[in-house]
Design a protein around this ligand. Sequence first.
Ligand code: IMP
Length: 193
Amino acid sequence: MSSKRELIFITTNSHKVKEIRDFADAESGNITIVHRDYEYPELQLDEIEAVARESANYVREKTGIEDAFFLEDSGLIIPALNGFPGPFSAFVFKTIGNDGILNLMADKKGEARKATFKTVVAFCEAPSKTPILFVGIAKGKIAEEIRGCGGFGYDPIFEFEGAEETFAEMSTEEKNRVSHRSRAFGKLLDYIS
Ligand code: IMP
């Protein structure tokens, strides 16, 4: 009999669930991702790390959850825009979206189009423990135009470094090989195995 460990992932984003499930299945046959569709407020803090940690504390306090769980917060960081949208990525996506980012980048050429995706996974092992954070980044650049219909969010305007395609032109498997999310979650898998 195989003894699979269940790991609760708290998010309302079904794309993130698919990416994490596919990655867990490919990397470790021993983890079953249990999705809890619990919505928590998007905190406006200065660092993605702080957003992930405080969101995990909030969820633990509000739900009284005693099982181990994790959640994650991600953001797109554009150095030529002083790190914008960074921790405000969700709000910026809802308001100006990919077209708005492309407009802000209209006069940026070459190196100035560099961008980084960052995911911070916050893992709560037990109610008495503070969340442990795992960070993953993916470096790339902002594409000249929206390309691809896979993925979600900023995927259609993000080209991973050295790749011709945007994340939205990749399959989930291809994105998972290099993404910020899989790198952060991979560190959690290493930690618990
Ligand atoms: P959050 O982690 O859900 O708060 O994400 C912040 C914003 O970044 C949202 O608008 C997401 O759609 C977007 N986002 C998060 N992860 C990714 C990703 O892997 N690709 C593209 N956009 C993302």
